[in-house]
Design a protein around this ligand. Structure first.
Ligand code: TYD
Ligand code: MG
Length: 454
């Protein structure tokens, strides 16, 4: 008989290997590699039914068999991120740092879906049912018809779900689940993968929507939900800075709606509250126009969001000047600094550069380039930008400015919040919004000359 082929997976980066070693060749972490014990170790599965194996014409699908409608929780910020409500039989992963508020969010979601008429089960592997109930009481949700279970054994959970056939099952968290046919410890890649696979398969088979909670750590030391991401239909990340009360639920993958959609929440003493106007919130701490401060008119998913960028540029006491970024990509900052130096002759050598996106927001849009450049120049020259101005546009390596998408939406949002002018790349579909003047520029040199007179 052929020897069974063994495989090993790194818990930090999910790379696979044919033999064990103490250090992962891929990411360099120590003691993160463990053997995969596949689900094949369990009892043999049923053979495929004749019907399941057969193919059919796409056109044979009658419209009467259209999928059942989405369910709405009534928490608009959540429903929008889901792509317009919860899709039956879908598997959703909600990832985030420990303590960021995932359990709070999902308990609130469970209560809302249950009140909206969905049969809902909340399975906690981390807290006893009494603790979950106490939290629900604190959130004012004790009367919601949610069924609670405190359980980590996957087989027991699946048996319960099979019997109860809920419309929504929440598993908090996938790292605590334990499949008895897999030898490694809960939280290992093999366990997380086996549990996710079984629960996702259950969702497809039964029509239950399954929400899996996954912890990610900055070091990625726990078997991160990364291995789970490709198994599920939708991946949402719950992010935020510990010191801030704002929390952002962001869809990074969604088979049933747009990715990059965000929902904004505020952590209060009574759970998460929806923030329906994030721009107002992100700009609320803004004072008088100051050097280094610029308002960026951004788009997150389908929604315009205004955020304040803050830059500080100061002579560096170090041999190697510092570049520190919070809320934006540090590689992109290096690129903007290089373009400013090469195309506009403005050096940043010997200067420490700090860039911060206010409110704990994270931006990934290239359209933030021009706003970043404006903040850096404003800080370097110690000159504030004209008051009540928003900035957006992408910068190319040549120093040319590229038009951003959804110009009109950005301008409308700015106008709604009382801004009177905008600096934007030429060539965008800048259908002038009423009450806002647009200053269009075609390259960075022109921008520097006009705004900073350099
Ligand atoms: P939690 O939902 O337990 O986080 P996670 O499941 O992501 O680990 O949230 C933990 C934090 O939220 C905790 O530090 C306390 C805070 N919190 C509030 O501020 N208000 C509340 O109403 C609740 C329930 C929690
Ligand atoms: Mg939790």
């Amino acid at each position: 008989m052929a020897k069974p082929v063994k495989s090993f997976t790194c818990a930090a980066c999910a790379a696979s290997f044919s033999k064990w070693s103490g250090r992962c060749d891929n990411c360099g972490e120590w003691n993160t590699i463990s053997e995969d014990k596949g689900i094949s170790a369990g009892p043999p599965s049923k053979s495929l039914g004749a019907k399941r194996g057969s193919a059919m014409q796409l056109t044979d699908l009658s419209t009467e068999e259209a999928p059942p409608p989405r369910s709405h929780s009534g928490i608009d910020e959540l429903d929008r991120v889901l792509g317009g409500g919860l899709v039956p039989a879908s598997a959703i992963l909600v990832g985030g740092d420990p303590g960021i508020g995932k359990s709070t969010l999902l308990l609130q979601a469970a209560a809302h879906f249950a009140k909206a008429g969905l049969k809902t089960i909340y399975v906690s592997g981390e807290e006893a049912s009494a603790q979950v109930r106490m939290r629900a009481q604190r959130l004012g949700l004790a009367d919601a018809p949610v069924q609670l279970a405190a359980e980590t054994n996957l087989r027991d959970i699946l048996t319960t779900l099979d019997k109860e056939r809920p419309q929504l099952a929440i598993i908090d968290s996938i790292q605590t689940m334990w499949a008895d046919n897999v030898e490694s410890a809960p939280g290992s890649v093999s366990q997380v993968r086996a549990a996710s696979h079984e629960l996702t398969a259950f969702a497809k088979r039964s029509g239950t929507s399954v929400i899996l909670v996954g912890h990610v750590t900055k070091e990625g030391a726990i078997a991160g939900p990364r291995v789970v991401e490709h198994m599920v239909d939708t991946v949402l990340y719950f992010e935020g800075e510990r010191g801030h009360q704002f929390r952002i639920l962001r869809s990074v993958k969604n088979r049933f709606g747009p990715a990059d959609e965000i929902g904004v929440f505020e952590m209060t003493g009574r759970g998460l509250a929806e923030v329906t106007n994030p721009s107002a919130l992100f700009l609320s701490e803004r004072g008088q126009p100051a050097a280094g401060s610029v308002v960026f008119a951004g788009i997150e998913g389908t929604r315009p969001v205004l955020v304040e960028l803050q830059a500080l540029v100061a002579p560096s006491p170090h041999a190697q000047a510092r570049r520190t970024v919070v809320g934006w990509d540090s590689g992109r900052l290096a690129m903007i600094l290089a373009v400013l130096e090469a195309r506009c002759g403005i050096p940043f050598a010997g200067l420490d550069v700090y860039l911060n996106v206010a409110g704990g927001m994270k931006i990934s849009e290239p359209a933030a380039d021009l706003a970043v450049a404006a903040a850096l120049l404003s800080a370097r020259e110690d000159t504030a930008l004209p008051a009540e101005t928003v900035v957006f546009g992408e910068i190319s390596l040549s120093g040319a400015l590229r038009p951003a998408s959804q110009t009109e939406n950005r301008l409308k949002e700015a106008q709604k919040l009382g801004f009177t002018s905008a600096i934007a790349p030429a060539g965008g579909k800048a259908a002038a919004a009423a009450g806002i003047s647009i200053n269009t520029m075609s390259d960075l040199t022109g921008f520097v000359g006009e705004i900073f007179g350099a």
